[in-house]
Write a protein that binds this ligand. Structure first.
Ligand code: ARG
Length: 246
């Protein structure tokens, strides 16, 4: 009697283990990417697809790691929390490496350089970042643009949930300037003849992939993937597809 019970127990255990292992290998493991898809050329919605530099790079990394990429579109200021709580595996959103964010998540090696620039109407008298003093400035909530704008003396900061809302406010003369990342600024400028970018860059930054602090294995795998993709020229190829050299 005792023996039958232990045989059954061993069988159950073995089956349990098998069930566990097969759920990982049967369908490939998902790599969930948190983003805010209103930020071309890095991420934007086209039809019912999310396209852009980040989406393309993430797809190559997922393929390299034998994982299935799933992109979750959310508010920009929810992205880091989504990664921290495990709702997403990675944050990829033209996300700038900052010391503050490093308190909450780890960053991969950078995959590209970026900058904050000032976008104004062509009729604006703003010529340098110093001219922003006392003006009203639009930003996307929680971005580095938002953080830097807070340092401008006497400025009023208008925070929008998406950058194109800030740009609309600028076009309607509700605000005087928008502080935004360079490549998205170029997209807005190319779509609106009434807009121009101020030559002086506000800050120089780097974009990287955010991963939860405890997920060091994934971080290492992503860095190894990124290294291969950089060396093979694939990253440059993707960036070149979306950003035309001038
Ligand atoms: N680079 C800026 C930051 O990290 C802005 C990023 C905005 N990204 C987006 N997908 N809306 O704060």
């Amino acid at each position: 009697m005792k023996r039958t019970i232990s045989v059954v127990l061993v069988l159950c255990l073995a089956m349990g283990l098998c069930a566990c292992a097969s759920s990982g290998s049967g369908s490939s493991k998902k790599l969930v990417m948190a983003t805010n898809a209103a930020f071309p050329p890095y991420e934007s919605v086209e039809g019912n697809e999310i396209v852009g530099i980040d989406a393309d790079i993430a797809k190559l990394i997922a393929d390299d790691l034998g994982m299935e990429l799933v992109i979750e579109d959310m508010a920009f200021d929810s992205i880091i929390a989504a990664v921290q709580t495990g709702k997403a595996d990675i944050a990829m959103a033209g996300l700038t490496i900052t010391e503050d964010r490093k308190q909450n998540i780890n960053f991969s090696d950078p995959y590209t350089e970026a900058a904050q620039v000032i976008l104004v109407k062509t009729t604006s008298s703003v010529q340098t970042p110093d001219d922003l003093e006392g003006l009203s400035i639009g930003v996307q909530i929680g971005t580095t643009g938002d953080i830097y704008a807070a340092d401008i003396a006497g400025a009023t900061i208008e925070r929008y949930s998406k950058y194109f809302e800030a740009v609309n406010a600028l076009l309607q003369d509700k605000i005087d300037a928008v502080i935004v990342d360079r490549e998205p600024a170029k997209v807005f400028e190319s779509e609106n003849p009434d807009l121009k970018i101020i030559d002086d860059e506000f800050t120089v930054e780097e974009y990287a992939i955010g991963v939860a602090k405890e997920n060091t294995e994934l971080l290492d795998n992503i860095n190894a993937s990124l290294k291969k993709l950089k060396e093979s020229g694939k990253i440059d190829e993707i960036i070149g597809k979306y950003i035309k050299a001038e």
